[in-house]
Design a protein. Structure first.
Length: 284
């Protein structure tokens, strides 16, 4: 089976993007894997620090390993980890990719932390992907009332800053701020700066990852991928689909006590989100 790095190179060559979807329970995992199986596409399963604590670090590795035993191109990413110790634990456990998020730190501290993580990753296994983030896109995965304070053109990633960051840290992927925000804005997410995406990709020299994909307009996804986005993160959309379907199932079956029965509609709702997004990202 090809490595995640090879799938990313292939995505760039084809002008498509790999879908990255977070999980915090078994239903989410099965939803993502089922969509991958149905469409024959590679997917990345992500766990943030909180999600990792809920699922279990070694359990997450075992789940993804079980999918690969079926021949499915499913990979595991440590999404938004904030310390060297947490990144190291995931590398040592067998993750395929890790994200060190020092975006809230002063620039030099972010550089130093990211380089420390990148050096460790490459010393253990050069095939493990190390990603970092610069610029501000907010945090969290929920429905929000307005665009977070601090998200503006001034806090977006500058191409020359991206180039310096990549050169000094040795990261494989870069998550820039290009008009994207974490969570879904109730009144509508901001539009992506497509020209900035194209220039950051050109200058930085590494594939780009779009975080905060939930709620972005379809046409912006298509244009962003064409401009240089090779992976897209979706989380809030999955959480909303799961919660809405689960609440409906419980309301319609108040006497049901078997979790796998009342959670099945929630799993199917998440799968449909994954299928729809993967089709869009791959021009299907």
């Amino acid at each position: 089976m090809k490595t995640l790095k090879e799938y990313i190179k292939e995505a760039e060559r084809k002008g498509v993007a790999i879908g990255h979807f977070n999980i915090s329970n078994l239903e989410g995992f099965h939803a993502i894997v089922s969509a991958s199986r149905e469409l024959g596409l590679a997917v990345v399963v992500g766990v943030s620090e909180g999600e990792e604590d809920a699922v279990g670090i070694y359990q997450a590795v075992a789940l993804v390993s079980s999918a690969r035993k079926e021949g499915l191109p499913v990979f595991l990413n440590a999404d938004h980890h904030y310390s060297f110790e947490r990144v190291k634990a995931c590398v040592d456990a067998g993750f395929d990719a890790v994200i060190i998020d020092g975006a809230k730190l002063p620039h030099e501290e972010n550089l130093a932390l990211t380089k420390k993580c990148a050096d460790y990753v490459k010393s253990v296994n050069p095939e493990i992907i190390i990603e970092a983030e610069i610029g501000f896109i907010g945090s969290g995965s929920q429905i929000i009332e307005k665009i977070p304070d601090g998200v503006s053109e001034e806090t977006m990633t500058r191409p020359e800053e991206a180039k310096e960051f990549v050169e000094k840290t040795g990261i494989d992927l870069l998550a820039p701020s290009v008009g994207n925000v974490h969570g879904m804005v109730r009144g509508g997410n901001p539009r992506l700066d497509i020209a900035r995406i194209k220039e950051v990709r050109r200058v930085s020299g590494v594939p780009l990852v779009l975080h905060g994909g939930s709620g972005i307009a379809d046409e912006d996804f298509v244009a962003g991928i064409k401009a240089g986005i090779s992976m897209v993160h979706i989380n809030t959309e999955l959480r909303v689909a799961y919660t809405n379907a689960l609440q409906k199932a419980l309301a319609e079956n108040p006497n049901e006590t078997t979790p796998y029965k009342y959670s099945k509609p929630a799993m199917e709702a998440m799968k449909q989100v994954v299928v729809n997004r993967l089709k869009l990202f791959n021009g299907m």
